[in-house]
Design a protein around this ligand. Structure first.
Ligand code: FES
Ligand SMILES: [Fe+2]
Length: 395
């Protein structure tokens, strides 16, 4: 983030606080509960959003050396990430081209050869079929070169490995980031390591979890026993960058900044800076580290969440400090997740047809509009390919 933007964001929050108001959108909006509970809707999101955009599959440190590999579940698909002998990161569907067995069972490891557990077809870390027992006799007329692993778009950018499950060709990650690329680059995520890393499951729709992170209305209430006292009441701002969002939550310490120290003001010391990268990776930028929250939706009411703490490699020796910070973040997030699970059961009861977003919860509507945009686009393309039958049946 450039210095002007950093100071503008601080000034904006200080002005809102001084005027005793909030960061308000135009009007109240509503979000139908069917978006959060329907299997049909979930299937559409998976196909037309999650499988169409680049997803953060891993931090670069997880695939650091040639030969390192990772098995992932990405947008509901089995994926194998490898770093080949040339040092290139690759993503493939983790599916044997013979009869479809999942090729790699281990979650991670180091190898340049992957042998299918069924009939021993063997692939290189670059995805080529390099051996198959009795191939010449049994597969007469077939060419091994046609049986490489199905390759997915894969790119390293800003310290992460991005993978897109569908579509040919490359993706311009910075273009996809809608102007956030420079800010992410400035975070030096590639020079960080995973100080803590864990996976949990939450019985709630993925959008409820995202929405819980982009409003400050709940902070003094739901987090009153943890970090609530360190933040202003209901004071956050947000900006949209393409399909993504940056929101800033004001710490109480910001209001105590002395004007004559303006040159030293640092946003991340006095606010929580949150990047929501569509669809479900969130980077919560703290004073000296980043909490990375990544969701893999498993169903309309079930989401797998990865909670990781990224810290500078140069400070790897501060293990206790990072573990302590991870625990604080996790404890706070668990307060959100318990409420998300409560909401999921609540909205599934039929008691309400829609959720109501107040004017200071405008970020929730903005995020939902982006998601709706992907689904609308898919519907429009389907209609163009298959025009709906003419109404009233006239000739
Ligand atoms: S299914 Fe993999 S070798 Fe047969
Ligand atoms: Fe929260």
């Amino acid at each position: 983030m450039d210095r002007d933007t950093e100071l503008q964001l601080i000034d904006e929050l200080l002005e809102i606080k001084a005027s005793r108001t909030f960061y308000l959108d135009e009007g109240v909006t509503r979000s139908p509960v069917s978006r959060y509970i329907s299997q049909e809707r979930f299937d559409l999101e998976r196909e037309h959003l999650f499988r169409q955009v680049p997803l953060i599959a891993a931090h670069v440190s997880e695939l650091a050396e040639p030969g390192s590999f990772l098995r992932k579940n990405l947008a509901g698909l089995p994926v194998l990430l490898t770093r080949d002998k040339e040092g290139r990161a690759n993503a493939f569907l983790n599916v044997c081209r013979h009869r479809g067995t999942q090729l790699v069972e281990a979650g991670s490891g180091c190898s340049h050869k992957f042998t299918c557990p069924y009939h021993a077809w063997t692939y290189s870390s670059a995805g080529k079929l390099i051996a198959a027992p009795h191939f010449k006799q049994g597969f007469t007329g077939e060419d091994k070169a046609d049986y490489g692993l199905k390759r997915l778009m894969c790119e390293e950018r800003h310290g992460f490995i991005w993978v897109r499950a569908r579509g040919e060709g490359d993706v311009d990650i910075d273009g996809f980031l809608g102007g956030l690329g420079e800010e992410l680059a400035a975070l030096d995520i590639e020079d960080m390591f995973l100080a803590s890393d864990e996976t949990i499951e939450v019985e709630a729709n993925w959008k409820l979890i995202v929405e819980g992170g982009i409003e400050a209305y709940h902070f003094k209430v739901a987090h009153r026993d943890t970090i609530g006292p360190f933040f202003e009441d209901n004071l956050s701002t947000y900006r949209i960058f393409g399909d993504h969002m940056r929101s800033i939550l004001m710490r109480s310490s910001m209001a105590r900044l002395a004007p004559d120290t303006r040159e030293d003001w640092r946003l991340r010391d006095h606010a929580q800076v949150l990047y929501n990268l569509l669809p479900t990776s969130s980077l919560l930028v703290q004073q000296d580290h980043i909490a990375w929250i990544h969701a893999e939706p498993l169903g309309p009411a079930k989401t797998q969440l990865r909670l990781a703490t990224l810290a500078p490699k140069a400070q790897a020796h501060r293990a206790d400090h990072w573990a302590h910070n991870h625990q604080i973040t996790k404890t706070t997030l668990m307060e959100d997740f318990v409420l998300n699970e409560s909401m999921q059961k609540g909205i599934a009861s039929g008691a309400i047809e829609y959720m109501t977003f107040g004017r200071f919860e405008g970020a929730l509507d903005a995020y939902n509009r982006v998601v709706e945009g992907y689904l609308d686009q898919a519907t429009a393309l389907a209609d163009a390919a298959n025009p709906p039958a003419r109404r009233n049946g006239g000739c």
